[in-house]
Design a protein around this ligand. Structure first.
Ligand code: DCP
Ligand code: CA
Ligand code: CA
Length: 369
């Protein structure tokens, strides 16, 4: 593309983060299965696995599974070590690592407790030949200063860097120069494309698309018909490795959308279709930004132009579209019940109270239709 500056973007993700911190604190754990647990406190073993080291994963333990199941899987293993999550401590470790990473970047964006994007274009003069050495220096610096390993992906943009960091783990490095982007993507299954979840994957498989290369051969019109304008166009671009989103220093603190109703009304059924489509937009944006949210708000601007907001705050963060829609409906219903006899003119939906996403589990499956 003419004039588009050539960029070099790194994505750094710490390997089995919480469990690796536990290993660091307690070297006797090194060769044992380590499972970090979030105990809910209801019964001794109720709760979920936060993460596990690779030894435990090989045996079948996964993030999110019930602790009781993990214990069953490791029942025969006398060495298995279960430890309660120490989030605040991991946060301080994270801060120290982010500080190191920031020093290597022209522009820096932390996206979760254990991952960040670094725009290093100036640092290495846009030269991909220098990228391998530079990324290795970063890995070594984190290892020597913090005694933790991370994996790094390098690409011409965030999309490719993010996908590349996941290829070799732990302590991996994958560099994808611009001329190799399409051959990097082509053989991968479409499910590996960022933001393609199981449902989208299934829909694509149904039209005969199994790999990202095959996806890149589908006409954009077809994708827009099947998946809606935004997501259809995203798939078209992403399958070609195109992503122009800059590495942003500033973290956003909320995502909102507002629109005007076709006619002023106090009837919730007339309001909901627009609210739901705003919820779709807000949700998609939260996935793209990799933000989990805790609060859902509605905004109502009345015919007298007075502005009202109502907020619902959850106990835990979520990325659920369902929850946005249900909360927005609830909030509008109770707002309309308590408000004066004035009609609504504009409506808005907002999510806030972010915690950056930790896993790679954010999947768009709510495409149009
Ligand atoms: N995490 C969690 N619950 C999940 C997923 C993740 O509490 N369902 C926490 C624990 C992880 C941390 O977030 O250590 C980072 O998440 P990642 O998805 O990056 O997973 P890991 O760092 O544990 O492993 P990997 O080596 O695959 O990056
Ligand atoms: Ca990680
Ligand atoms: Ca991560």
């Amino acid at each position: 593309m003419e004039g588009a500056p050539k960029r070099v973007v790194l994505h750094v993700d710490i390997d089995y983060f919480y469990a690796q911190v536990e290993e660091r604190e307690n070297p006797s754990l090194k060769d044992k299965p380590v499972v970090v647990c979030v105990y809910s406190g209801r019964t001794e073993d109720s709760g979920a696995v936060s993460t596990a080291n690779y030894i435990a994963r090989k045996l079948g333990v996964k993030s999110g599974m019930p602790i009781t199941l993990a214990k069953k899987i490791l029942k025969e293993n006398k060495d298995a070590y279960f430890v309660g999550m120490r989030k605040e401590y991991y946060e301080t470790v994270s801060d120290a690592i982010m500080e190191i990473l920031r020093g290597f970047a022209d522009m820096f964006q932390q996206v979760s407790i254990d991952e960040a994007f670094l725009d290093v274009t100036q640092k290495i003069q846009g030269d991909f030949e220098k990228a391998t050495d530079y990324a290795n220096r970063i890995k070594q610096e984190v290892r020597s200063k913090e005694r933790l390993t991370c994996s790094v992906g390098v690409g011409p943009n965030k999309l490719i860097a993010k996908m590349a960091s996941d290829i070799k783990k732990p302590y991996g490095l994958t560099v994808v120069a611009p001329e190799n982007v399409q051959s990097f993507l082509n053989p991968m299954s479409v499910g590996k494309l960022f933001l393609v979840g199981p449902k989208t994957e299934e829909k694509l498989n149904e039209i005969g698309v199994k790999t990202i290369g095959e996806l890149s051969e589908v006409k954009v019109e077809r994708l827009v018909d099947d998946f809606g304008e935004r997501f259809g166009e995203y798939l078209y671009r992403a399958s070609r490795g195109i992503d122009n989103v800059p590495v942003l220093e500033k973290e956003i603190t909320q995502i909102s959308r507002i629109a005007t109703l076709k006619k002023n009304t106090r009837n919730v059924e007339e309001i909901l279709p627009l609210v739901n489509s705003l919820a779709d937009d807000v949700h998609r944006k939260s996935l793209v930004e990799r933000k989990d949210f805790k609060s859902i708000s509605i905004i109502a601007i009345m015919e007298d132009l007075s502005i009202h907001t109502r907020t619902k705050t959850l106990k835990v963060t979520t990325d659920s579209l369902e929850i946005i829609k249900n909360s927005a409906r609830e909030l509008f219903e109770s707002f309309l019940n308590e408000s004066q006899n004035v009609s609504v003119r504009r409506v808005g939906v907002k999510v806030s109270g972010f915690e950056a996403k930790t896993g790679q589990t954010s999947l768009i499956d709510s495409a149009k239709g």
